[in-house]
Design a protein around this ligand. Structure first.
Ligand code: ZN
Length: 240
């Protein structure tokens, strides 16, 4: 399995708090967590690299793409966003993390505003497993906690998830659908909420296991080589 972890990689360059928590970048911590959980073939890509880190070749060689973005969603080119969505439709897995809910890619695939309520005070988050038999919940306890996280609250303006795996509760009182699975075309998408840049969430062992489970779940079953718009007219099998 070829996994690419894509990160905006800007907070780490401008905010010493973030670079202190993530000296190798958020992408570096996520990639390390995947390797730690037995996933080989993990590489990283970032916004400021040539072709925004995702050339056509790179995308064609990616089975599962992990996406972290926040402040600079608008800088991702429309052409790249379209190419990623097309690749998902062809079967590539996509794991969207935290503020990636507002990325061009996720919004296009959902077709809804993807807005939510938020508060970045750093409060306790308790995540409940609501579907213990789901592959993304494999080996995860009935609930687990993050001592300090940003709050995301409902209503989360996404289509009803095809599969709901986690539900979050926050100390301030809100609840949120924090682990949502979707099918689009041949591809699978998993949205996982935690991961605000000023908290050490991607160093947490349980969070790392969930992301690894999500990558495995999202791995392609079939991956179409030919774009959908190039489908040919079907000749009849029998004379008509
Ligand atoms: Zn955040």
């Amino acid at each position: 399995m070829r996994v690419t972890v894509w990160n905006e990689f800007r907070h780490e360059k401008s905010n010493p708090v973030v670079s202190g928590i993530y000296p190798d970048g958020i992408h570096g911590a996520i990639a390390a967590g995947l390797s730690e959980n037995g996933i080989a073939g993990v590489t990283t890509a970032t916004l400021d690299e040539p072709e925004q880190g995702l050339s056509a070749k790179r995308l064609a060689e990616t089975d599962v793409l992990v996406w972290w973005g926040h402040r600079h969603h608008d800088e991702v080119s429309d052409a790249l966003a379209a190419a990623v969505c097309e690749r998902v439709n062809a079967g590539m897995g996509l794991v969207v993390l935290h503020s990636g809910h507002f990325s061009k890619v996720f919004k296009r695939l959902m077709g809804t505003p993807c807005t939510l309520r938020w508060r970045a005070e750093g409060e306790l988050e308790r995540l409940w497993v609501v579907d213990p038999a789901h592959p993304v919940a494999a080996g995860i306890p009935p609930f687990f906690e993050l001592e300090r996280e940003e709050m995301y609250g409902e209503p989360f303006e996404v289509p009803p998830p095809d599969e709901l795996v986690f539900l979050s509760w926050f100390k301030g009182g809100e609840a949120f659908r924090s682990g949502c699975g979707y099918r689009r075309g041949r591809g699978r998408i998993f949205y996982f909420r935690p991961g605000h840049e000023t908290f050490p969430t991607y160093h947490d062992a349980t969070i790392r296991k969930v992301i690894a489970n999500a990558v495995r779940w999202a791995a392609p079953v079939v991956l179409e080589a030919e774009p959908f718009q190039n489908r040919r007219i079907m000749p009849p099998l029998e004379p008509i």
